[in-house]
Design a binder for this molecule. Structure first.
Ligand code: GDP
Ligand code: IMO
Ligand code: MG
Length: 423
């Protein structure tokens, strides 16, 4: 039996453990495909006890029999791409044979990273706490129809006039607004052309490749970056990233039809975390928050910033699940809650606050109402069998299933592949 194309994407504020789950499942698929975001992502895999953090490469990259695709919705920094390929080549061989990149991907240029940095450091009220990777400015260029794409770096005749016009625009801001030194056109052209030559052998029509794989009865795993609460349209705007990390981004970013995504699995942590600014109604401010952060190793995989921790927010999850065709959940990091006396789940916001919560995701002033569940005393860490879970942990899982109205299909009990329960 062939599996249908399946999406694995985060439903919270990122870092739910998507990388682990994609790597765990990738061997059953013909390819995994990143479809949005860029090297703002940090996806951690533990393979044979070795920790690997991926930013741009799909989490299938260590599977010799699967392809790794980067669809046109991803924004690529050539520098980040090639340094990651070099780094990961120490762990697995043949990367450049298995990696296929869409020539339609928008490039992150050095001026995008500068603008991201200047904006974030300018003390404006709108500090987002971005990863400073130039993601927002690159997507701005895409929408403004002035972006430089991978295909444009394959010939100087094409690249020069495009880059000249775009750089004029950026140098004006860099010099006049931020008071910094302008970037040189010629060195930027040279750099892009060198990278263009280097990327050429990996370029492919990712859209058609997905179709062909499907015709050969091989399915594709769509790997989300970030999480739905960071989605530009569905997240906690303006404290979001600049792409559609929810299922709505898959068809556009991978280059397939919406009906080609047969199965959408949402990855959720047993609690919530957030890096950067923005509301998180269930944030835990006391020692317990610090305990969870420490036990869960909640430090950003890309920027090394501490992640804020809070209780599982079933109100937000239910909304996201119901409005995004989510067919099941992968619940990660339940082992982090091992040994707690009591575990809270936010089951409602108090009625006075509910009126402002809605499509605008206005969460600044909502007050969570919690269900207090008994914690479990025997550890779940590294368990591989659902039957072995303590009753209280099973109860926690079925509470989430009941309130969110979807089944929990995969449970992760530790960072490595083996520590996974498939139901
Ligand atoms: P991603 O961005 O969604 O891929 O997640 P990250 O890699 O940024 O963060 C997840 C972190 O939790 C990584 O350090 C993983 O190794 C780790 N992790 C994943 N699943 C589990 C789990 O079930 N238990 C524990 N303790 N750690 C996990
Ligand atoms: P993965 O794929 C967690 C957050 C940043 C910031 C906001 C905007 O590992 O889950 P950006 O640089 O994208 O403009 O920053 O989004 N952010 C993430 N948080 N995990 C991520 O990726 C993130 N990528 C971006 O911290 O709040
Ligand atoms: Mg991450």
């Amino acid at each position: 039996m062939t599996l249908s194309n399946t999406a694995i994407l985060g439903l919270q504020w990122g870092d739910e453990g998507k990388g682990k789950i994609v790597n765990f499942l990738a061997g059953n698929f013909g390819a995994a495909c990143r479809y949005q975001g860029g090297h703002n992502a940090g996806h951690t895999l533990i393979i044979d006890g070795k920790k690997i953090v991926l930013h741009l490469l799909p989490s299938s990259i260590c599977h010799n029999d699967s392809l790794s695709l980067i669809g046109k919705g991803v924004v690529i920094s050539y520098e980040a791409l090639f340094s990651e390929i070099d780094e990961i080549s120490n762990v697995t061989s043949g990367i450049t044979d298995r990696l296929k990149i869409s020539p339609a991907c928008v490039l992150i240029q050095p001026y995008h990273q500068l603008i991201d940095l200047y904006k974030e450091k300018s003390n404006s009220q709108k500090t987002i706490g971005t990863t400073l990777r130039g993601i927002g400015p690159a997507y701005e260029d895409k929408v403004a129809r002035r972006a430089i794409r991978v295909v444009d770096t394959l010939s100087e005749n094409k690249l020069r006039p495009l880059l000249e016009e775009t750089l004029d625009f950026y140098n004006f801001s860099i010099e006049k607004f931020f008071g910094k030194e302008a970037l040189s056109l010629n060195s930027l052209i040279d750099e892009n052309l060198v990278f263009g030559e280097k990327v050429k052998p990996m370029l492919a029509d990712v859209s058609m490749l997905i179709k062909k794989l499907n015709e050969q009865e091989k399915s594709v795993l769509f790997e989300g970056a970030q999480g739905t609460l960071l989605d530009i349209d569905q997240g906690t705007y303006p404290f979001v990233t600049s792409s559609n990390c929810s299922p709505s981004g898959i068809a556009a970013g991978a280059g397939c039809g919406p009906l080609d995504v047969g199965n959408i699995l949402g990855v959720v942590k047993a609690y919530v975390t957030r890096v950067g600014e923005g509301p998180m109604p269930t944030e835990i401010y006391d020692d317990l928050g610090e305990y969870i952060a420490k036990t869960g190793g909640e430090v950003g995989a890309t920027t090394g910033r501490p992640r804020r921790c809070g209780w599982f927010d079933a109100v937000l999850m239910k909304r996201i699940i119901q409005t995004n065709s989510i067919s099941g959940l992968c619940l990660t990091k339940i082992d982090v809650l091992d040994g707690l006396d009591e575990i809270k789940i936010c089951k409602a916001y108090d009625s006075s606050s509910e009126s402002i919560f809605g499509e605008c995701m206005d969460l600044e002033n909502v007050n969570p109402i919690y269900e207090n569940l008994s914690g479990w005393k025997s550890p779940t860490k590294n368990l591989t069998n659902y039957g072995e879970l303590p009753d209280e942990a099973k109860n926690f899982i079925s509470y989430i299933e009941d309130i969110c109205e979807v089944p929990v299909k995969i449970i992760s009990t530790g960072p490595d592949d083996q520590s996974t329960i498939v139901r």
